[in-house]
Design a protein around this ligand. Structure first.
Ligand SMILES: Cc1cc2nc3c(=O)[nH]c(=O)nc-3n(C[C@H](O)[C@H](O)[C@H](O)COP(=O)(O)OP(=O)(O)OC[C@H]3O[C@@H](n4cnc5c(N)ncnc54)[C@H](O)[C@@H]3O)c2cc1C
Length: 495
């Protein structure tokens, strides 16, 4: 078994990122996918800073190919209520967001995998899964017949309709939103600012909501809420779609590139780690697209999982590390599901009271900043916080800065960036501390860096950072004993 590669099922963004991360850590890995190409139609477009940091670590530079943005604007009717800025402090290597088609991200991941010689086998459909103590057997259908494959570890990244989830009898818990949305991509020349625009009750689509996003190559993403009564088959017809888009875009010439009608779910399976079968991405959890949390959280699952799996394969205890994947990413999924559920409830209020409350909040938001946090057109994806991580050490003596269980903020360090300076293993970020860091990547923060403020650092402060860029421990008076204990805990060696 040990000589068989790890199998990743699903060549969506999550499976491809998993395979790339594993291969870069020296693991033997293959990807199997039922389909024959990258994802068709238009799915994810908004990629968040945290995900871009992970992609950067994996060697993908997507920013030049995408549309960079950080501002949003909220309208009610024809009224421009307010704007928001997702990265007001600046001075981070990656932008708040880029917009880039999911298929382009998948192509970039495939290019990296090809460079490393990682096989991505298309036309391979998993139809059966038999977990054992030391591995997993798979039944796979191909054009040449059925195969039985063995793998020591199976990464189930096979999306929302996961066969592996069904084979293991793992039910989803959560809810389906009783609303339908038309999602359309149009090509048009337009000089709108590069911002996220969200309308409640717009004049061109009364009583519903609308969202506009710019993509590369003059493509624009339009989401129009349709209501639960809308007939999806009818609404998918161009004869139905085009008048809706003309209402919104007026006389502007456009070409309809792609459209579909969606209903969204907010739900997850109970646990993501099942012995040698590990779920990540949409196979484990789903959210509505308001907030761009689907693919972004899937990539963050991988960032959390792969360094742990790599260590387990090299001899660390699976009980601690894979249990921490379960715990941390379930907490993240619940956070995402909570945000997504609240957004969807605000966008599609059920009942006259909810409708009236929303109207009052929107009216107040136009003139009173305090009401704006109550407006919810989608809380946009950010790094999750692991509040109860078994890998974190106790925290004392800090009033601000990232706590253990939080992703570190980026900052310039002279001619480089803090996050890009992290090592493949754990790192020690030192603020004037002289503490030696054997077996860690040591990073000394220059005296003039904004990182001092961002980390609430005083001379001598040190932060221990996990391989996924999360704080494991911090101290204003670090000692070798503190570092040894915190590192052992962070890397799953002891509890
Ligand atoms: C309209 C829309 C807009 C969205 N916008 C955003 C956004 O802006 N930002 C964001 O973060 N997310 C967004 N999402 C969500 C995002 O598209 C998903 O979260 C993302 O695709 C999940 O990636 P994945 O790799 O887990 O699964 P998928 O992309 O679904 O990939 C699963 C893969 O598994 C393969 N597969 C399935 N079954 C089998 C089998 N039995 N055997 C072998 N292979 C199999 C499939 O062929 C597929 O390639 C959006 C979704 C939609 C629908």
């Amino acid at each position: 078994m040990a000589t068989n590669p790890i199998l990743v099922i699903g060549a969506g963004p999550v499976g491809l990122a998993a395979a790339l991360d594993l291969a870069q850590r020296g693991q033997s890995v293959e990807v199997l996918d039922a389909g024959h190409s990258v994802s068709d139609g238009s799915r994810a477009i908004c990629w968040a800073k945290r995900t871009l940091e992970i992609f950067h670590r994996l060697g993908l530079e997507l920013v030049p190919s995408g549309i960079t943005w950080q501002r949003g604007r909220v309208f009610k009717g024809a009224r421009d209520l307010y704007q928001f800025d997702l990265q007001p402090g600046g001075l981070q290597q990656q932008p708040a967001f880029i917009n880039l088609a999911q298929a382009d991200v998948e192509r970039a991941l495939l290019d990296q995998l090809a460079g490393l010689g990682v096989p991505v086998r298309r036309g391979h459909t998993v139809v059966g899964v038999a977990p054992r103590d030391n591995g997993v057997s798979l039944e796979v259908e191909t054009a040449d017949g059925q195969l039985t494959l063995d793998t020591p570890w199976l990464l189930a990244c096979d999306g929302a309709r996961s066969t592996i989830r069904r084979c293991l009898g793992l039910p989803f818990k959560g809810k389906v939103f009783e609303d339908r949305f038309l999602i359309a991509d149009v090509r048009m020349a337009a000089d709108y600012p590069t911002e996220r625009w969200f309308w409640f009750d717009p004049p061109f689509h009364p009583g519903q909501s609308a969202l506009l996003h710019r993509q590369p190559n003059n493509i624009w993403r339009i989401d129009l809420q349709l209501g639960w009564d809308a007939d999806p088959d009818h609404e998918r017809q161009p004869a139905q779609i085009l008048p809706r888009l003309h209402q919104m875009l007026g006389d502007r010439a456009f070409e309809l590139v792609w459209a579909s009608v969606y209903t969204f779910q907010c739900r997850r399976i109970e646990r993501f780690a099942h012995g040698r079968v590990l779920f990540a991405g949409d196979s484990a959890h789903q959210v509505s697209p308001f907030g761009a949390r689907g693919a972004n959280s899937g990539i963050q699952d991988i960032d959390n999982l792969v360094w742990k799996l790599d260590r387990v394969i090299r001899g660390a205890s699976p009980e601690t590390l894979l249990a921490s994947y379960d715990l941390e990413r379930i907490e993240a999924a619940d956070d995402n599901i909570g945000h997504s559920t609240r957004s969807t409830d605000f966008i599609a209020p059920k009942g006259p009271w909810a409708q009236a409350l929303r109207g009052a909040v929107l009216d107040l938001a136009a003139t009173h900043a305090f009401a704006r946090p109550m407006v919810n057109s989608g809380r946009l994806s950010q790094a999750s916080v692991y509040r109860a991580s078994p890998l974190s050490s106790a925290d004392t003596g800090f009033a601000a800065g990232p706590k253990p269980g939080m992703a570190i903020p980026d900052a310039p360090l002279g001619d480089r960036w803090l996050i890009s300076s992290l090592g493949a293993g754990a790192s020690l970020v030192r603020f004037g501390a002289t503490l030696p860091a054997p077996d860690l990547t040591g990073i000394d923060v220059p005296a003039d860096s904004v990182a001092w403020t961002r980390f609430d650092a005083t001379p001598g402060t040190a932060y221990l950072v996990r391989p996924d860029g999360y704080v494991a421990a911090r101290s204003r008076t670090p000692t070798p004993d503190w570092l040894a204990t915190a590192t052992a805990r962070a890397m799953g060696a002891s509890q």
